[in-house]
Design a binder for this molecule. Structure first.
Ligand code: HEC
Length: 217
């Protein structure tokens, strides 16, 4: 027997959940004061945000990185610019080392997170990012860096721009743009499941059900 005999019921239930979600977020965002590089505070609640990517392995830099995104960034659609209001918070951890200097590995071969070295922020809003000269502009993005202790980092923020510029408008200057959407696709986002239901698909896999379940969180 199929796990769900009545896909229409599931569709109605899921659609009701979607409608409930969108009505909660319907108020237009208040216009934000224009900030420039170095002025972003660390968002107090960022650790409760969804992960953009988890445990990014950087053996070359001897680091492990955790990248969080706010709700605006989580609405990003492949092939389109990241929505205005998006914020990414990237934690840069030292990869834990053995006494001989080699990097420690977990049983599954991953680097082990050590000390928090830095917190890097990117945020975009309408009209932001214009305080720097054209060759250094990356759309509406601005950049801020903190030390692991939460103090403003003395790093030259134009170096952030210089390394994000090559990504270009096509990836909205976000390095892991493609990897993020590839990973998201393999996790089958709920809206794609709904789209396939709307397209007349009559059987739901266990994976589809899990994806619909994510709407409820
Ligand atoms: C040498 C190149 C380089 C420099 C300099 C650099 N970045 Fe990045 N940045 C990357 C790469 C590569 C990633 C993707 C994650 C990874 O592989 O570590 C990234 C990712 C990010 C992300 C997560 C979103 C994304 O693009 O994937 C943020 C936020 C970020 N950087 C902010 C900063 C800030 C702030 C600075 C300056 C203090 C900075 N970066 C400097 C290369 C750079």
């Amino acid at each position: 027997m199929s796990p769900l005999k009545t896909p229409m019921l599931a569709l109605v239930a899921a659609a009701a959940l979607v409608a409930g979600c969108s009505s909660m977020h319907s108020a237009p965002p208040a216009p934000k004061a224009v900030l420039v590089d170095g002025q972003q505070p660390i968002p107090a609640d960022y650790k409760s945000w969804p992960k953009f990517l988890s445990a990014v392995q950087r053996p070359d830099a001897k680091q492990v990185r955790e990248i969080y995104m706010n709700a605006a960034a989580a609405k990003a659609v492949r092939g389109q610019p990241i929505p205005q209001g998006a914020i990414y918070v990237m934690e840069n951890y030292a990869a834990a080392a053995n006494e001989d200097g080699s990097l420690q590995k977990s049983p599954d071969g991953h680097l082990v997170k050590g000390k928090l070295l830095a917190v890097f922020l990117m945020e975009k809003n309408e009209g932001w990012g214009q305080a720097v000269e054209e060759p250094l502009r990356t759309g509406n993005w601005i950049y801020t860096a903190y030390t692991g202790a939460g103090e403003k980092s003395p790093v030259d923020l134009n170096t952030c721009r210089a390394c994000h510029i090559p990504l270009g408008a096509g990836k909205d200057w976000v390095h892991r743009y493609d990897q993020y959407f590839d990973q998201k696709k393999s996790a089958l986002p709920a809206h794609e499941v709904l789209a396939s239901l709307n397209a007349g698909s009559t059987s739901l896999s266990a994976q589809d059900l899990r994806a619909v379940g994510t709407l409820q969180r």
